[in-house]
Design a protein around this ligand. Sequence first.
Ligand code: NAP
Ligand code: ZN
Ligand code: ZN
Length: 355
Amino acid sequence: MPTQTRSTRAYAARTETSPMAPFSIERRDPAGDDVAIDILYCGVCHSDLHQARNEWHNTVYPVVPGHEIVGRVVKTGKNVTKFKEGDLAAIGCMVDSCRVCASCRRGLEQYCERSPTFTYNSPDKHTGGTDVTYGGYSESIVADQAFVLKVSEKLDLAATAPLLCAGITTYSPLRHWKVGPGQKVGIVGLGGLGHMGVKFAHALGAHVVLFTTSPGKTADALRLGADEVVLSKNADEMQKHAASFDFILDAVSAEHDINAYLSLLRLDGTLTLVGAPEKPLPVAAFNLLLPRRHFAGSAIGGIAETQEMLDFCADRGIVSDIELIPIDRIETAYERMLRGDVKYRFVIDMASLKG
Ligand code: NAP
Ligand code: ZN
Ligand code: ZN
């Protein structure tokens, strides 16, 4: 149990109906394998909004969201070898896991059989599980070096932050289902995740089709790497693509008709859900039976794969398209996100919290 803690400025939602507001948290002094990071930027994921408003029905209040964290190391525990003071560092959706179960040993910490410790709203081992973890809408964070990622000095740092969730959540399934040249790949929803899905599927060499409900996003989708754009509300346009896709990644945050996309898969094609809407999505049996389609899901990515994705991005010069906001604009950002009006990820400039 740490003896020292440091009072840290943050933003929290105190109830499911109260807006995000200033809040003070305690961060432990870094000991052993801990790395303390001064947070420079934190991306705004739709999961932050789902959880601030208790849409997944498991939020412990007050909640400090934020799991797309980049910053500089300010202090390290005595066992830390991976980082030194002044290094760039990043934290994504997890800060720990059991490390011994079969999933953890395979580098799939996100599927830890004892549940990973998520960056926010998870029982915090360091307080004996009485407190929950607090995320990146804060001026600093402390985590075990094993869950801290290295960041290239080459990339724009603010635009790198969203890679820690939107990036890995789309990269991982595209790699797992072996997306590459010669394949027709669909990405559904041009938001934070979707726009990274388009960039990665394009970088991996696939023929990319973006499905959107927003006609105004067509030009951006083509610029981001889509080969074709389909307005999903137009049944004729959808019909032209019937039974033709090898793989579709669905990154939609709200209720929508999943059957409209299942019917676009060819024999043995796969539709993978990464979006996490509050309500269940009905599936018509015959959309799966004929012709032998797969309906799957995927959650973020393991730590080694997250580092692989960050290195891939540094090699290829891939970052997010972002709108930088001060932290007191977070509620406006949430409202715009709910309208599908994100270009294409909000990132909080944490200097606005310290100022
Ligand atoms: P986002 O930026 O708000 O993007 C969601 C996009 O979905 C919107 O931009 C919009 O795109 C589309 N959309 C929204 N409402 C819709 C509706 N009613 N019908 C059809 N399309 C709609 O959200 P995000 O941060 O990318 O997150 C997307 C989802 O993934 C969220 O549910 C989030 O919690 C989840 N998520 C899952 C994981 C995981 O590990 N699996 C990780 C992170 C996030 P168009 O305007 O192009 O239609
Ligand atoms: Zn996220
Ligand atoms: Zn485990």
